[in-house]
Design a protein. Structure first.
Ligand SMILES: [Zn+2]
Length: 133
């Protein structure tokens, strides 16, 4: 029996009769805190309740390019996402570094090999002093 509005989202049930509690008033106390008043949808009961709705954590950051940083702490799941994101960034940086080192190493080896031929002049051999003056 929905007297006020059948399309409203039900958040609570009346502890006295079990009917839906309908939010009648709501006002902002703080950026993350609202005061709410709920009324039982059963006209015979008509119990009323008040309470607060509070945003406590950031579950997913804004996708807006210039969004200001949020003051709320991240949810544990969000922290996991952030950790995975950092791991991926670190892994990518490590791969780029390794790739750069390998490229430099290959470039140095290419300079030293002179196209694959190794001349006798390039190799230093111990000089044997077998002739007397
Ligand atoms: Zn009720």
């Amino acid at each position: 029996m929905a007297v006020f509005s059948p399309r409203r989202k039900v958040v609570f049930s009346c502890p006295a009769c079990g009917a839906h509690l309908i939010k009648r008033t709501s006002y902002l106390l703080h950026q993350f805190l609202r005061h709410d008043t709920f009324v039982c949808d059963n006209p015979v009961c008509s119990a009323a309740f008040s309470g607060h709705t509070e945003l406590t954590h950031l579950a997913s950051p804004s996708g807006m390019p210039h969004a200001p940083p949020c003051e709320l702490p991240r949810t544990p799941g969000s922290r996991r996402d952030k950790t995975l994101e950092k791991y991926r960034d670190d892994d990518l940086a490590a791969r780029k570094s390794a790739q750069t080192e390998m490229t430099l190493s290959l470039a140095v080896n290419a300079d030293n090999t002179n196209g694959g031929d190794l001349d006798d002049d390039d190799v230093e051999e111990p000089v044997a002093d077998d002739h007397d003056d």
